[in-house]
Design a protein around this ligand. Structure first.
Ligand code: ZN
Length: 557
């Protein structure tokens, strides 16, 4: 079935209630392992139907933002999902308590149950209203940023459209467009501060209702962290400061030299070459066709996946009127369909979608061999390895997209991957400080950010309005919408760089490790998958030290 053929009917809270109550009662009253299993399988099927209905609304609402029907359905879901979580919570209490848990664990793996325990810890019926309020605040932040209409050079742009000018080879274009952006953000100061104040207070209150001192432990639970905690993450940040920041500073000094500057202003940061960054050749359609060839040649597994995706019409990547911005991969388990959404615009973002989001889609596709959703679904760190490592494993085909500019693309990709780490851990450390001290004033929060800028990005001159006041974090949507998500990208990038390092000498071996990591889907933790695939543990300081060494020696840098 193709995506557009998927039928949609609202799955109302009222129809969910009796079904979930029935399953919960049957599980509690099960008298044999076979009966408990039957209920658990039926529950998983219902959960997949529920998820599919949510996914279809989310995607169709993105595909046409003027379609009132799906906009209303999305609004309904925003209110309904937290209430539905109560029903899942009640079921999961019985699932964890069933005397047949060991039998279920034997068949489906113990990790599912550990993950359910973590999920349970992050939820209580006492916080349902808070979760709804959190959704509303998150939506208002997203809407505020989406509503931006910024005057620049006689035209009006939204934030995404303005982005392109920040990378222009002409420094004056970068400077003025960045100032226009800064001016817009500075006009929203009151709303941005108020929304964040409310979010921090709300999250802290929710965590306290669940018995925590502050939001950090709850934030980790919501990120489904099942194999490391704040101490390991702090150690990782230290390793980035010790081994990656010095190399990043060296690369940035070379970059400044290359583009003819003494030092980098915030608006020079993304410009790696005097004549601009590598641009892909050809039309969006040709880029897509090259992607098909690339995956045909990469491996039998990727060929099979790509052809299936095309047959299922699981890509909507060309930019169209009324399509919402952004790009993502959304897996609809019920239909075994990992849907890729993007807005191709003729920049290297298009190729990145074909490698990054495709990595997500490929991994989801491989996971469908496991029967239960809980075995297929992995934590976010694991998921980002699927995508970020795929970006590197597709390097041998980049000439299809970049022709004579291929080395330039690779250099930028590698440098950006490396310099992302200091930025990423800065976002993470900021959030730890914010939620440890939830009463900080907006002014004090900005001070924290400024101090982190000089710790992690000492090469950057941030003397530009908005940035100079330490407000850059307000443009980082994860800080509002998905607290503690950012470190997942960083850990995944560490793994992806390890895979890249191996692929430089033995591409086949690197691919095998990647596939070994992917094939176990969500049946093991991030750390177990990493070790099991023969990759270095990112929490070991030596791992980042070695990555930095290999990057520094690369002939591309
Ligand atoms: Zn991703």
């Amino acid at each position: 079935m193709t995506f557009s053929q998927i039928p949609y009917e609202r799955l109302t809270y009222e129809t969910l209630v009796p079904q979930m109550q029935d399953l919960t009662e049957r599980l509690a009253g099960a008298v044999s392992a076979a009966e408990a299993r039957e209920v658990y399988v039926a529950y998983d099927k219902l959960a997949q139907q529920f998820d599919a209905a949510i996914a279809v609304v989310y995607i169709r609402n993105h595909l046409d933002t003027t379609d009132k029907f799906y906009e209303d359905e999305q609004a309904y879901n925003d209110e309904m999902i937290p209430r539905a979580m109560e029903l899942l919570h009640a079921f999961n209490i019985k699932l964890l308590a069933t005397p047949f848990r060991a039998d279920l664990e034997r068949e489906f793996g113990a990790l599912i149950f550990k993950n359910v325990e973590i999920e349970q810890r992050a939820f209580s019926s006492a916080i349902v209203e808070d979760l709804q309020e959190e959704n509303r605040l998150d939506t208002s932040y997203t809407k505020l940023l989406a509503s931006a209409q910024i005057e620049y050079n006689g035209e009006t742009y939204n934030l995404a459209q303005l982005d392109a000018f920040h990378l222009d080879a002409d420094r004056e274009v970068r400077r003025c467009s960045t100032l226009a952006r800064a001016e817009w953000f500075n006009k929203q100061t009151v709303e941005l501060d108020e929304t964040f104040d409310k979010l921090v207070a709300l999250r802290t209150a929710m965590a306290q209702k669940l018995g925590h001192d502050n939001y950090i432990a709850m934030g980790y639970d919501r990120q489904e962290r099942n194999c490391y905690g704040p101490a390991e993450v702090a150690k990782f940040r230290d390793a980035v400061a010790a081994h990656i920041v010095p190399l990043a500073a060296e690369l940035k000094a070379k970059q400044a030299q290359r583009i003819g500057l003494d030092s980098l202003k915030i608006y020079d940061d993304g410009v790696l070459f005097p004549d601009g960054n590598a641009k892909p050749l050809g039309t969006p359609e040709e880029i897509l066709a090259n992607g098909r060839q690339m995956y045909r040649e990469l491996s039998a597994e990727t060929d099979e996946w790509m052809e299936a995706m095309i047959a299922k019409d699981a890509f909507d990547v060309l930019a169209k009127k009324n399509k919402a911005g952004g790009g993502f991969c959304y897996t609809i388990h019920e239909y075994k369909l990992p849907f890729i959404y993007a807005n191709f615009n003729g920049t290297s973002d298009d190729v990145e979608t074909l490698t990054h989001e495709a990595g997500h889609s490929f991994a989801a596709w491989r996971s469908f061999k496991y029967p239960m959703t809980g075995q297929r679904e992995y934590s976010y760190d694991t998921a980002e390895v699927h995508s970020m490592a795929m970006e590197f494993l597709t390097w041998p085909w980049m000439h299809l997209f970049y022709g004579a500019q291929t080395d330039k693309f690779k250099q930028a990709h590698l440098e950006n991957a490396l310099t992302f780490l200091p930025y990423g851990v800065m976002v993470d450390e900021f959030q730890h400080i914010i939620y440890e001290q939830p009463k900080l004033s907006p002014q004090e929060r900005n001070e924290v950010w400024r101090a982190l800028e000089s710790k992690y990005r000492p090469w950057l001159d941030i003397d530009v309005p908005f940035y100079a006041e330490g407000r850059r974090w307000q443009a980082q949507s994860h800080i509002y919408s998905r607290p503690f998500y950012y470190i997942d990208y960083c850990l995944a990038q560490a793994n992806a760089l390890s895979i890249w390092a191996e692929s430089q000498t033995d591409h086949k071996a690197a691919w095998r490790k990647y596939l070994a990591f992917v094939e176990l889907a969500g049946t093991q933790t991030f750390i177990d998958l990493t070790r099991g695939a023969g990759l270095s543990d990112p929490f070991e300081t030596a791992t980042l030290e070695k990555v930095a060494e290999i990057v520094a020696k690369s002939k591309l840098i």
